[in-house]
Design a binder for this molecule. Structure first.
Ligand SMILES: O=C(O)c1cc(=O)[nH]c(=O)n1[C@@H]1O[C@H](COP(=O)(O)O)[C@@H](O)[C@H]1O
Length: 279
């Protein structure tokens, strides 16, 4: 999906919601456990309930890998089921020396390799340009680079101050955002910024005025959709705000999909209000 197609979807659906498919078999409603593929049955119901309210889906790969080959199969079926007009994110947080990143990129982007063709993959910037560039070699595919993550440990490295010559200091996450923009245009590059990091969001938006930001951390991690929207929205939308547990596990009963829809609808309605103020 291209930048303008994603932006169009946001304004058509009046939503920049990304539903995180962090599907933990141990948390599934008990009535699904006898299904042959309970994870896929659950995801299918969640997608059916939220597809007109969300512009993106983000399966977190850990939840599938932890199930071995069956998990991989659930992932493939889920990806195939996501409607064409939704942006897909493999939340894999990969990145390694070039020839290894090349294989990671094939895994998530090349349908003929592992049977998956996501629009994007989350990548850790720590190993530098040659670890990220193999993902950018795929036309029309996106890298979503970790910049300032939502977790408390983000302070350990991402906020460390680096020397920056006569201009003074910059934090590591700022260096990531500045440097990565020399590798790719906003048509292929997004940054991850946690919804819990709103003190820095205005500054990040200035550093990356045109890049989409993937913002996880509303819902279960307590980030504010209102703050994120006020500080991060652009004329193109420019945001994908992810919620996983607060939507997926809104109910553990037979009404799980309806309750997931209610949660998604509440977020979407707040997003529609913010979108109406920018266009
Ligand atoms: O890259 C991510 O998606 C991500 C980055 C980050 O800084 N924080 C973060 O929570 N995430 C992911 O976003 C999802 C958040 O899930 P909930 O807290 O349940 O909404 C999980 O899949 C996390 O792995």
């Amino acid at each position: 999906m291209t930048y303008s197609e994603l932006s169009d979807q946001i304004f058509q659906k009046q939503s920049y919601l990304c539903v995180g498919l962090d599907t933990d078999p141990r948390k599934l409603p008990s009535h699904l456990r006898t299904e042959t593929d309970p994870v896929f049955t659950f995801n299918k119901a969640i997608i059916d309930a939220t597809a007109d309210l969300a512009v993106a889906y983000k399966p977190n790969i850990a939840f599938y890998e932890a199930q071995g080959p069956a998990g991989w199969e659930s992932l493939q079926k889920t990806l195939d089921y996501i409607p064409e007009n939704c942006f897909t994110i493999a939340d894999a947080k990969r990145g390694d020396i070039g020839n290894t990143s090349d294989l990671y990129a094939r895994t998530f982007f090349d349908l003929t390799a592992a049977g998956l063709s996501f629009d994007s993959v989350t990548v850790a910037p720590y190993m530098g340009s040659d670890s990220v560039l193999p993902f950018l070699a795929y036309d029309g595919k996106w890298v979503i680079l970790l910049a300032l993550t939502s977790n408390p440990g983000s302070a350990d490295f991402q906020r460390q101050q680096l020397q920056r010559g006569p201009l003074g200091h910059q934090a590591l996450f700022e260096a990531v955002i500045r440097t990565a923009q020399t590798w790719a245009t906003p048509d292929q590059l997004m940054f991850v910024v946690g919804a819990t990091q709103t003190n820095e969001l205005e500054q990040i938006r200035k550093l990356a005025p045109d890049n989409f930001l993937l913002v996880p951390g509303v819902g279960a991690q307590g980030g504010s959709l209102d703050d994120v929207s006020r500080l991060g929205l652009t004329k193109s939308g420019g945001l994908l705000v992810n919620a996983s547990r607060s939507i997926l596990y809104a109910s553990s009963g037979t009404d799980f999909a309806e309750r997931a829809k209610d949660e998604a609808k509440q977020l979407q309605q707040e997003m529609a209000q913010h979108l109406s103020s920018i266009r």
